[in-house]
Design a protein around this ligand. Structure first.
Ligand code: GCO
Ligand code: ZN
Length: 299
């Protein structure tokens, strides 16, 4: 039996930490603080954080094949140069929806950058509904739209054989699956593989492990849950000392550690006293399962 250890490795006070991504080359964890408009890089060896501030809410960051990063900023897919701290737009979506912004994003196994949008929130999970859409930025910088009517576009990942795309629209309280065509990037045959239980609250970010099981961060649920998408059963619950857990990824040595982001916004003063680490970065070890490296954007 492995013994699970949960540790706050960085007390960053993120207003809404999101999009953890492990960068093996620098032994670092990348993440964003959405409303603070910051992309951060935490060096796990020196324990130092570097950050780049951008001009609009930044909701996800991903590696880029030729070096540097890509990020979703406002309603733009951008290239991010860490050295000169510049962000250059590659494409813009939702031009007719001035109140929208991107939310979670991740690169597919063929190097396309998937990300969805949502209306800006007036409070956590309070927003005009059905305003979001799911998109992907192809390596040639053209954008494809998959569907609209999304409330809060969130967690996404692909099965290990690349034949299934998993997706979360938070306010559906469901983890969905689609058939995935890696060649064309097309999705089809949407179905639900897991419905959240009441105490699990709102499904947010998600990642897959080497056994093909899904890990979902539960916003307001203070936990990550491990799901078997084939049986629709929850296999494990890992509780954290913060309530607004937003996303998770594997990283560290051989991708054997899990990193979890969370939010501080929306917590009242009493809650902050009980959760002094809210907005920090958590590391979970001893899970006995590993993850896979993130795919880099191919454009
Ligand atoms: O982290 C995100 O994905 C959103 O941007 C957040 O705002 C929360 O998820 C949302 O409030 C709860 O659903
Ligand atoms: Zn999210």
């Amino acid at each position: 039996m492995s013994s699970i250890k949960i540790e706050c490795v960085l007390r960053e006070n993120c207003r809404c930490g999101e999009s953890p991504v492990w960068e093996e080359a620098s032994n670092s964890l990348l993440f964003v603080d959405i409303p603070a408009k910051k992309v951060c890089r935490w060096d796990s060896l020196s324990k130092r954080v570097q950050q780049v501030t951008v001009e609009a809410p930044v909701s996800s960051v991903a590696l880029r094949q030729g070096g540097g990063y890509v990020a979703t900023i406002g309603t733009k897919f951008c290239a991010l140069n860490w050295e000169d701290r510049s962000a250059v737009a590659l494409a813009t979506v939702d031009k007719d929806k001035k109140n929208n912004r991107f939310n979670d994003g991740k690169v597919d196994p063929a190097g396309r950058y998937f990300a969805g949008t949502m209306a800006e929130e007036t409070a956590p999970a309070v927003l005009e509904r059905h305003q979001g859409s799911l998109y992907s930025l192809f390596p040639d910088h053209h954008v494809e739209k998959y569907f609209d009517q999304v409330d809060i576009s969130n967690g996404l990942d692909w099965s290990l054989d690349h034949k299934i795309f998993y997706y979360i629209d938070s306010l559906s309280y469901s983890v969905d699956a689609f058939d995935y065509d890696l060649q064309t990037g097309k999705i089809s045959n949407r179905r639900s593989v897991y419905k959240l239980e009441k105490e699990e609250q709102i499904p947010d970010g998600m990642c897959i492990d080497t056994e093909g099981k899904l890990w979902v961060a539960c916003y307001n649920g203070g936990r990550v849950i491990r799901l078997d998408p084939e049986t629709g059963k929850r296999l494990q619950t890992v509780k954290l000392p913060v309530v607004k857990t937003t996303s998770c990824c594997f990283g560290g040595k051989d991708y054997s550690e899990m990193y979890v982001t969370c939010a501080r916004d929306g917590t009242d003063p009493e809650g902050l006293l009980q959760q002094p680490e809210a907005g920090g970065i958590f590391k979970i070890t001893g899970l006995g399962v590993k993850g896979i490296p993130p795919y880099p954007y191919a454009g």
